[in-house]
Ligand binder design. Structure first.
Ligand code: MBD
Ligand code: FE
Length: 251
């Protein structure tokens, strides 16, 4: 048997065994089986597979993949990263509408190797929701809003201005929302900024930073909060600011 076939048999075979055992243990009925089957079809028709999997499963894959990695902890990528948005020009500010709501938020810090050595020219790709919890590219918001890539300087330092995102409620009109309602869960994630930090010779760091005054820090529907990812913005003049150091593992 090829390794691929062995691996398929191991993982998929085990998954099916666990589902089948659960059907007996939880006494799943024919009605429930038919409802589940229709729900799975609906998830596909609504285009919600990326959402559903990233909300309920990606955190386990991320934890497993990074369990022995040096440097900063990371978090899940989620369904709303767009790889092709452009580099911003300094002074860095994520694109906003003239009347963009939300407190002004300045994010600064440094990118280093796991041993603390600065990584000049590291790239930070940032994206986050607006003050209503909407993401550009996945809502009516203008394309490119609140997204951008910035390059760190010769000392690995960077600074970027944006606005404070709101807590995020995953779409609840579709099948993912129906599941959450049927289970009596809530659909919220705490307010967060997504980052993908890359540097020559290092493993990419996919992460999210969570604002310490946000609701749902303890009940993230996506299970993706870690204490080291919670930041503490301080008021300075007319804005909020925080610093963060991203330590990347050598590749
Ligand atoms: C998000 O903004 C997000 O970060 C995740 C993981 C899932 C759905 C929406
Ligand atoms: Fe998000």
């Amino acid at each position: 048997m090829s390794t691929t076939i062995q691996r398929g048999d191991q993982v998929v075979g085990e998954l099916l065994q666990r589902i089948n055992a659960l059907i007996a243990e939880a006494d799943v009925t024919y009605d429930e089986y038919q409802a589940a089957k229709q729900w799975l079809i609906d998830v596909g028709e609504a285009g919600e597979w990326p959402l559903l999997l990233d909300v309920f499963v990606e955190h386990a894959v991320e934890a497993q993949a990074t369990r022995r990695r040096d440097g900063s902890e990371g978090s899940i990528l989620g369904p709303y990263h767009l790889p092709d948005h452009p580099f911003l020009e300094p002074p860095f500010e994520l694109p906003q509408r003239p009347d963009e709501r939300g407190e002004s938020l300045w994010i600064s810090g440094r990118v280093t190797s796991a041993d603390g050595r600065p990584l000049p020219g590291a790239v930070l790709d940032l994206w986050h929701a607006d003050a209503d919890g909407l993401y550009s590219g996945f809502s009516e918001l203008p394309a490119g809003l609140l997204r951008g890539k910035v390059r760190a300087d010769e000392e690995g330092r960077f600074a970027v201005r944006t606005i404070k995102p709101a807590p995020y409620t995953i779409p609840h009109a579709g099948p993912t929302g129906r599941l959450i309602a049927v289970c009596g869960w809530h659909p919220w994630r705490p307010a967060h900024v997504h980052l993908l930090v890359t540097a020559e010779g290092h493993e990419p760091l996919v992460t999210q930073l969570y604002l310490d005054d946000s609701e749902y820090l303890d009940g993230d529907i996506a299970g993706a909060v870690k204490p080291s990812l919670v930041v503490h913005p301080q008021p300075v003049g007319d804005h909020l600011e925080f610093e963060y150091e991203f330590r990347l593992a050598p590749a």
